[in-house]
Design a protein around this ligand. Structure first.
Ligand code: FAD
Length: 349
């Protein structure tokens, strides 16, 4: 019997957080590393699309390639000293559940990344980040199947080539349409701090410090307090995808050269700008979109979230093509008004 007999015409509406109704012509659930390598050994030339939690994807059409849905589970400690722990996590684990389990065990390093949707296997792909922390700060190494060489490969932190919402995994494809990822991540290893005396909570962002102080109520601040504060703050700022379809921030914050930043500062002194170590300047995309007049706009079944202009939403009954048309309208307006190009964060199929 073929253990990988694909399911046909699987509805992906509940498997993408925008809630677009598209279908996978062929769908296979991958439940372990062994299944992953066996699949590619059995079908080395098959067109495949790797799906995690579907929270960073815009699906504009049915998927012809076989959708490999990563559902492998398991968390194991590989190394433990008095100060650190190295923990290996299967790609299909739910990211937020792993964060909460690790802070509950007294491990530090992931607390600021609580409540980000999706799977562990996808977290290195765009170097997920929030509240002053990126996954590159805690990632030890990655195990992936290389579809080009048909073998397991390892990436240490430097080899992942992390930068803002970017990594080597976001650029390695087998096809020109960029749907066939060369590397399929099977396991991610994190190096987390155990020794609380070495821990410096990162709470300087927005109102995190105030909320953490409330939660700690005069006692010792723990990673659980930080995670809890971030969960509460995020819940007030971002729409719950179960209620209103979205992918979190839709646009990346653009990084411009110093000359353009200086020019913008003279015309728009209030523009939020963040100088980078290499002399470039990061600008808040949400501010640009809000200034261009799109915050809260509704365009048929899609729109811009009323509380945060960086978030595009799907009200139901719409399509990925409609969302992308709105995204292009927004980018063009921002470019016309500010001379700054903004680009989408999610993968567009
Ligand atoms: C409400 C909301 C809030 C969000 N907040 C944040 C935030 O604060 N910070 C942030 O960085 N992101 C945020 N995101 C985006 C998203 O949650 C992350 O990018 C997440 O890591 C995507 O995981 P996923 O499993 O859903 O990936 P998917 O959407 O399924 O896939 C995304 C991409 O990764 C590839 N991929 C998935 N799994 C693997 C694998 N095992 N191996 C190789 N490639 C793989 C897919 O092919 C696709 O190209 C948010 C999204 C939502 C809906």
């Amino acid at each position: 019997m073929n253990e990988f007999l694909p399911q046909r015409d699987v509805d992906l509406t509940s498997l993408n957080t925008l809630g677009f109704s598209v279908c996978a012509h062929r769908y296979v659930a991958i439940r372990s590393a062994r299944e992953l390598s066996s699949y590619f050994k059995a079908y080395p030339d098959e067109d495949c699309f790797v799906l995690g939690g579907g929270s960073n994807l815009v699906l504009t059409r049915d998927i012809d390639a076989t959708v490999l849905h990563m559902q492998s589970r398991g968390v194991a400690v590989y190394e433990e000293t008095d100060t650190h722990v190295v923990v290996g996590v299967q790609a299909g684990e739910i990211w937020h559940d792993f964060v909460m389990a690790s802070v509950a065990r007294g491990w530090f390093g992931l607390e600021n990344l609580a409540l980000i949707p999706g799977t562990v296997g996808a977290c290195p792909v765009q170097n997920i980040g929030a509240y002053g922390v990126e996954i590159k700060d805690a990632l030890h190494k990655v195990k992936a199947w290389d579809r080009l060489t048909q073998s397991w490969v390892w990436f240490d932190n430097a080899q992942c080539e992390f930068s803002y919402r970017d990594s080597v995994f976001k650029h390695a494809f087998l096809d020109e349409a960029c749907t066939q990822s060369r590397y399929v991540i099977s396991k991610v290893f994190f190096k987390l701090l155990k020794d609380k005396t070495q821990w410096q909570p990162k709470i300087g962002y927005g109102d995190v410090a105030t909320r953490v102080a409330d939660l700690a109520a005069g006692g010792e601040v723990t990673a659980v307090h930080v995670a809890q504060a971030i969960i509460e703050i995020r819940s007030t700022k971002l729409p719950d995808p179960k209620v209103l379809g979205n992918t979190g921030s839709f646009f990346k914050n653009p990084i411009v050269d110093a000359a353009l930043a200086a020019q913008l500062k003279t015309t728009h002194p209030n523009a939020p700008m963040y100088p980078q170590p290499d002399g470039t300047v990061k600008i808040a995309a949400g501010w640009l979109i809000e200034q261009a007049g799109f915050k809260g706009l509704r365009d048929g079944a899609v729109g811009v979230y009323e509380k945060q202009a960086l978030v595009l939403v799907h009200h139901g009954g719409g399509t990925g093509a409609e969302l992308m048309a709105l995204a292009q309208r927004i980018s063009a307006a921002v470019f016309t008004q500010f001379g700054v190009r903004i680009s989408p964060e999610p993968m567009v199929i």
